[in-house]
Write a protein that binds this ligand. Structure first.
Ligand SMILES: NC(=O)c1ccc[n+]([C@@H]2O[C@H](COP(=O)([O-])OP(=O)(O)OC[C@H]3O[C@@H](n4cnc5c(N)ncnc54)[C@H](OP(=O)(O)O)[C@@H]3O)[C@@H](O)[C@H]2O)c1
Length: 311
C-alpha cells in the first residue's frame, strides 16, 4: 500500500466533479493511492477520471468502503463501487463504520435513523463473512475495518477467517490514539490515518467548542517554520514516520502536490517526533453522533472507552 493516499470526501460541500478533477491532477502529480467510499457520492465521477489518466489499474491502490445501510448487501454494494470506479477489482474494501445505522448525506448531527442499533457482534460477523467472500471471488485483494475499537477488533480477530488487513482510524497530532495504534500494529493490521491534518475545513456541524487545531499548534508551527514548510506537511511527515498511512484531502493542486512532495525531503528529527508525541490532546474530531441509537446518549458511547460495548 503506498505510504500516502488522497482522501476523496468532499464533506458535502465540494462537488463530485471537483473531487474527480483533483483525483486526475493528483495521479498526474504522482499519487498512487486513493481513499474512496460509496457514501462520498463521487465514485461514479472518480472512475472515469482515473481512466482518463491512462495509468493502469494495477499501478494504483484503490480503497472503497461499504456504507452503513448496505451491511446486509455486501456483494451488491461492492459491485456498484467497482462499476462506478471502472475497476474489475479493488485493492481494499472496508466496512466504513461498525454500525448499520444510516444517515443521509449532509444531515445534522442530531439526526438519528429510526432503526438504528448498537454494535451487535453476531450481526457484524454476518457482514464480515460476506466481506471474506469478496476476497474469495477476487473482487477485492484485501478487506479491512474503519472506526473500530480495541474491544471490537478483539472479537473480530477471534472470529474472522480473513483478518482485517487495515483499520482506518482518525489519526493526527492532537488525536494519536496510542493504545489503538499499538494494538493494531501488534496484530499485523496496518493503521490508515484519516483527517491527518485535523480536517481544518470540516463542516460547522462537525465542530464543537472543545476541538483543537493541529496546524496551529505551536510545536507543529515551530517545526514548519524551521523547515520552511506548511504545518500540514509536518503532520504528514510525522504520520508516515510514525508508521501510519495518511490520506489527506485536497482539491487544490498546490496543496495536494505539497502534501506528496514533503515526503521527499529529509525526515523529521527524533526530537521533532518526540515533541509531536507530546502534543496529543485526545481530541477526537469525527465523533460519530449520527450513529447513536438511543435518545440522551453521548458520542462517547460509540467508542467503548471503558472497554465495554454499549448496548
Ligand atoms: N473512514 C472514515 O470514517 C473517514 C472519516 C473521515 C475522513 N476519511 C477520509 O480521510 C480523508 C481526509 O480527511 P479530511 O478530509 O477529514 O481531513 P484532512 O485531510 O485532515 O484535511 C483536509 C483539509 O485540509 C486542507 N488541506 C489539505 N492540504 C493542505 C495543505 N497542504 N495546506 C493547507 N491546507 C490543506 C484541505 O483544503 P483544500 O482543499 O483547500 O486544500 C481540506 O479541506 C477524507 O477525504 C476521507 O477520504 C475517512
Amino acid at each position: 500500500m503506498p505510504a500516502i493516499g488522497l482522501g476523496t470526501f468532499g464533506s458535502d460541500h465540494i462537488s463530485a466533479d471537483e473531487v474527480a478533477k483533483a483525483v486526475k491532477g493528483a495521479i498526474a502529480a504522482g499519487y498512487r493511492h486513493l481513499d474512496c467510499a460509496s457514501v462520498y457520492s463521487n465514485e461514479h465521477k472518480i472512475g472515469p477520471a482515473i481512466r482518463e489518466t491512462g495509468v493502469a489499474g494495477d499501478e494504483l491502490w484503490i480503497t472503497s468502503k461499504l456504507w452503513n445501510d448496505q451491511h446486509s448487501r455486501v456483494l451488491e454494494a461492492c459491485r456498484k463501487s467497482l462499476a462506478d470506479l471502472c475497476l474489475e477489482r479493488l485493492d481494499m474494501y472496508l466496512v466504513h463504520w461498525p454500525f448499520p445505522n444510516f444517515h443521509p448525506p449532509g444531515c445534522s448531527v442530531e439526526s438519528r435513523s429510526p432503526d438504528a442499533r448498537p454494535y451487535i457482534h453476531e450481526e457484524f460477523m454476518k457482514t464480515w463473512r460476506e466481506m471474506e467472500k469478496l476476497v474469495d471471488l477476487g473482487l477485492t485483494r484485501h478487506i479491512g475495518t474503519s472506526n473500530m475499537t480495541i474491544t471490537k477488533l478483539r472479537l473480530l480477530l477471534r472470529d474472522a477467517r480473513i483478518k482485517p488487513a487495515v483499520n482506518e482510524m482518525e489519526l493526527h497530532p492532537h488525536f494519536q490514539q496510542p493504545e489503538l495504534f499499538d494494538f493494531v500494529c501488534a496484530n499485523g493490521i496496518e493503521p490508515i490515518g484519516y483527517s491527518p491534518l485535523g480536517s481544518p475545513n470540516r463542516p460547522e456541524r462537525d465542530r464543537t467548542a472543545d476541538d483543537t487545531v493541529d496546524v496551529e499548534d505551536p510545536v507543529i508551527v515551530a517545526i514548519a517554520q524551521r523547515l520552511g514548510m506548511h504545518p500540514a506537511a509536518v503532520c504528514i511527515k510525522w504520520a508516515v514516520q510514525r508508521g501510519q498511512t495518511p490520506i489527506p484531502f485536497s482539491v487544490k493542486p498546490r496543496n495536494y502536490v505539497a502534501n506528496l512532495e514533503c515526503l521527499k525531503t529529509a525526515p523529521l528529527t527524533d526530537a521533532d517526533m518526540n515533541a509531536i508525541a507530546g502534543i496529543d490532546k485526545n481530541c477526537r474530531l469525527i465523533k460519530g453522533q449520527v450513529f447513536l441509537w438511543k435518545d440522551n446518549q453521548s458520542w462517547e458511547d460509540l467508542w467503548d472507552l471503558d472497554g465495554v460495548i454499549k448496548t
